[in-house]
Design a protein around this ligand. Structure first.
Ligand SMILES: *Cc1c(COP(=O)(O)O)cnc(C)c1O
Length: 404
């Protein structure tokens, strides 16, 4: 039987102004590489508080170019989080680098700052046991640490101060994956304005969307010129027609995407506020529900820019069973994320095993993302929370029987 009500996982908010902006570009017949993307870049850089923004075709494309800028080549090392969307680590592999995963903090789900600092020093100074930080299948002696790539997970700012200190003291660039964190802030600074470069993604479930699309930001003039060249087939910046200085890509953003992204950026405060109020309502309605915990609030002087709303389930709740029961009621939900090191391709290539990063694995087993978006109606949130309350109770009642 089809459920009467359907609550999807994520729906982007597209308003009449967004539609008008895209239609205007379409009517202009100016569809690629133009003024709209330039305006989007300028306003984005101003908003984040960085000198340069470079519009690109996806967040993944942005990540790839940061790895090139950091000089990642064969068997070079990049420290990153195993608990993320696979794109953050794949970008390292595009340049034939090796991901060095550092486990997350179980509370924040972001990369553990103290362990990250320790890993930087251990790898740079070849301290005892440095090889043990590398994946099992990597035994070259020449591996050099080229970058640190922390991820601001679920819109919660990663704690970067100590990581920046230690990395920069050792001349290692820090690249922020801020693809889930547009508008997040720590100590008055936007996520994306801390590192040597940062990446944003505008897929329809993100804080703002351009369809597909992304943005690179940096304060470094040389990196800005490199990114502009790389996204455009490696073309030189001088106006002479069609001279190519390096291997480049087509990572440009088209004008239709830029028009949507720009229009959404101008509504960012409204979109973030509405995300925040949906998240607040969830947290209120799920409070005191045994076996279900919302993510802990960030520390003082930190603001989350709600990418999604995920709950942590107690170990005695059968997540698959719960998901199925929610689906029967028309409610979508998604385990977020299965750790990168345990993805089949990563196991095969790097020899990772269960138990390598226990905190990431525990999160991978217990986290469940619920329907979420800026346009979500209060009574849909209430419907989801009621369903969870009922089904969780049942899942726990049946759990002891299932075990015996
Ligand atoms: C969305 C996302 C990206 C980029 O995704 P694209 O689909 O390529 O825009 C990168 N990293 C993380 C953590 C993401 O959530």
């Amino acid at each position: 039987m089809e459920p009467k009500r359907v609550v999807p996982l994520a729906v982007p908010d597209v308003d009449p102004a967004d539609v008008r902006a895209v239609n205007e570009v379409l009517a202009s017949r100016y569809l690629a590489s133009g003024k709209t993307a330039e305006t989007f870049e300028r306003e984005f850089a101003e908003r984040i508080g960085v000198r340069h923004a470079i519009a690109v075709s996806s967040g993944t494309a942005a990540l790839h170019m940061t790895m090139i800028a950091a000089g990642v080549r064969d068997d070079d090392l990049v420290i990153t989080s195993p608990y993320s969307f696979v794109a953050s680590s794949n970008a390292i592999l595009y340049e034939r680098g090796i991901p060095v995963f550092v486990d997350i903090d179980p509370e924040t789900l972001d990369i553990d700052p103290a362990k990250t600092c320790d890993a930087i020093e251990t790898l740079v100074h070849r301290r005892a046991g440095w090889q043990h930080l590398l994946p099992r299948t990597c035994n070259a002696d020449t591996n050099v640490l080229r970058a640190v790539l922390p991820v601001h997970l679920f819109g919660r700012p990663a704690e970067l101060r100590d990581i920046l200190d230690v990395a920069h003291r050792n001349h290692i660039p820090v690249i922020e994956d801020a693809c889930e964190a547009l508008g997040a802030k720590a100590d008055g600074v936007y996520a994306g304005a801390f590192g040597d470069a940062a990446t944003f993604g505008f897929y329809p479930n993100k804080q703002i969307t351009s369809g597909e699309g992304g943005m690179l930001v940096t304060n470094d003039d040389a990196w800005m010129r490199l990114f502009r060249s790389l996204r455009n087939q490696g073309r030189s910046s001088d106006p002479e027609w069609l001279r190519y200085e390096r291997l480049g890509y087509n990572y440009r953003m088209d004008e239709l995407s830029a028009a949507l992204g720009l229009s959404q950026l101008r509504r960012l405060d409204e979109l973030l506020q509405r995300r925040e109020s949906v998240a607040r309502l969830y947290s209120k309605l799920l409070a005191n529900l045994d076996g279900v915990s919302p993510l802990a609030a960030p520390r003082r002087d930190m603001t989350t820019s709600w990418f999604l709303y995920a709950i942590r389930l107690a170990p005695d709740i059968d997540r698959d069973h719960l998901r199925q029961r929610l689906a029967d009621r028309g409610i979508a939900s998604q385990p977020y994320f299965w750790p990168i090191h345990l993805q089949p391709f990563y196991i095969e290539r790097f020899g990772f095993r269960r138990g390598d990063f226990p905190n990431a694995e525990a999160a991978g087993r217990s986290m469940l993302a619920l329907p979420f978006g800026p346009g979500m109606a209060d009574d849909d949130v209430a419907y989801v929370c009621d369903a969870i309350a009922q089904e969780v109770e049942q899942a726990r009642e049946t759990a002891p029987m299932m075990r015996s």
